[in-house]
Design a protein around this ligand. Structure first.
Ligand SMILES: Cc1cc2nc3c(=O)[nH]c(=O)nc-3n(C[C@H](O)[C@H](O)[C@H](O)COP(=O)(O)OP(=O)(O)OC[C@H]3O[C@@H](n4cnc5c(N)ncnc54)[C@H](O)[C@@H]3O)c2cc1C
Length: 396
């Protein structure tokens, strides 16, 4: 638990991922996925349809950064299109936004076929500022989206349906979705085809190259012989002996007690664009989850004093936004975790620089989950040697 701290709300809800056994003998497979958080679970669900896949996690499935994710599922990225132009062409940015919309559709399809056991709901998104300095950027972003066919509208202090103060913001009716990330991981894992090839409490401590691919050695000496290794270890890269794949941050969250009859316009997923930024959404049991205040990740375990200061700051901010709930609710969950960031806000998904047989599946940014849903097709197409225009965007 070096990459998370506190009491993550999502894994205290009803329903635990069933317990899988640990590896106690040598085995063989085509693809070994190391890491059973939401990324490993997504990769395992889709890839086990076509390949012989083994999934291992050193602890319990879904209990690391996955359990902390606020799970705002949005097509917009962390940065504005005007800033992303430093790292992508305009066409690539449009492709990345469309990818986000398609990935949300893919989650919707999964839920339609497997049932909704993770509180999935489609939601609008609202990206706003209350600062004069950001009005121009918000308006430019709005124009970029309209020019490229993304349906959205702009609200300002004269026509805003939200009660909190704002200068202007972009509202996208079909911009997002939400779910419980831990329960979604449970659904992905428990509905995957390879139930006998999933192992918990199996820490991969060494990767040895051989003529057929790799031998992955687990902590008690058992070996997994595989052709390809997929690294889905989140923001812990110890198995590769590397510590600098991308920038890492800590983001902090608080969750209120359930509120009666309190919500806001269409239960939109809300972000501000301040520095540091904040994000919030409603939860199905009437709570609010509010997060942000990111800091650079530089020490393990995460510093408790810093976290406590951040939770206090978030609490004050939340009651400043919604003074009507102060005294009506208290903060019941506080937690934080690590996430990675890349210049183009996507992920490190594809063949690694270390070796072609080691693929990275590390979803980054505030949109990590959406990136993983899209990224699994990238991995599949790489394995099948097919072209996919997203391969260069995700390339590690
Ligand atoms: C507070 C917070 C809020 C967030 N909000 C959002 C959001 O609103 N929307 C969004 O899309 N994303 C959000 N994210 C990001 C999201 O959480 C991540 O993109 C996602 O959880 C990454 O999942 P993962 O499976 O890669 O990592 P993890 O959940 O960390 O899983 C990695 C797994 O690998 C295992 N592992 C590591 N090393 C080994 C090894 N050697 N052998 C075996 N197993 C190993 C670990 O035990 C762990 O279970 C947020 C993150 C945080 C922290």
């Amino acid at each position: 638990m070096e990459y998370v701290k506190g009491k993550p709300y999502f894994c205290y809800c009803d329903g635990k991922i069933k317990q899988y056994r640990y590896l106690d003998k040598d085995i063989k497979c085509e693809i070994l996925i190391i890491g059973g958080g939401i990324d490993g679970a997504i990769a395992n669900y889709y890839l086990s349809k076509d390949f012989n896949v083994v999934l291992v996690d050193k602890g319990r499935l879904g209990m690391s950064c996955t359990a902390c994710a606020t799970a705002l599922l949005e097509y917009q990225l962390d940065d504005f299109a005007e800033d992303l132009l430093k790292h992508m062409t305009e066409g690539e940015i449009v492709l990345a936004y469309k990818m986000g919309i398609d990935a949300k559709g893919k989650i919707n399809n999964f839920i339609k076929t497997q049932g909704n056991y993770c509180n999935f709901a489609l939601r609008p998104t609202f990206l706003y500022t209350n600062s004069f300095f950001s009005i121009k950027s918000i308006k430019k972003e709005y124009e970029f989206r309209i020019k490229n066919g993304f349906n959205c509208k702009i609200f300002d202090s004269n026509n805003s349906p939200f009660t909190f103060p704002l200068k202007c913001g972009i509202y996208a009716e079909n911009g997002g979705g939400e779910f419980n990330p831990y329960l979604f991981t449970k659904q992905m894992i428990e509905n995957s085809k390879n139930q006998n090839s999933i192992f918990e409490n199996t820490n991969i401590v060494q990767l040895i190259k051989n003529d057929h691919g790799y031998i992955a050695v687990a902590n008690f000496g058992e070996k997994i012989y595989c052709e390809k290794v997929i690294i889905a270890t989140g923001f812990n890269w110890e198995v590769l002996g590397i510590d600098d794949l991308c920038e890492r941050f800590i983001t902090y969250s608080i969750v209120t007690s359930p509120l009666k009859d309190f919500t806001w316009f269409n239960k939109a997923l809300i972000h501000d664009v301040e520095s540091p930024y904040h994000y919030l959404r409603t939860l199905p049991d009437g709570r609010i989850i509010y997060g942000g205040e990111d800091t650079i990740f530089k020490e393990k375990p995460i510093n408790e004093n810093v976290s406590n200061k951040k939770y206090d700051k978030l609490e004050k901010d939340l009651f400043r936004l919604f003074p009507e709930i102060e005294g009506e609710t208290k903060i019941e969950y506080k937690f934080c975790g690590c996430f990675g960031s890349t210049p183009n806000n996507l992920g490190l998904i594809g063949e690694s620089k270390i070796d072609d047989d080691i693929l990275l599946f590390i979803s980054c940014g505030a949109n990590g989950i959406i990136n993983a849903m899209a990224g699994v097709d990238v991995i599949k197409d790489i394995l099948l040697r097919k072209n996919n225009p997203l391969i260069p965007l995700f390339s590690p």
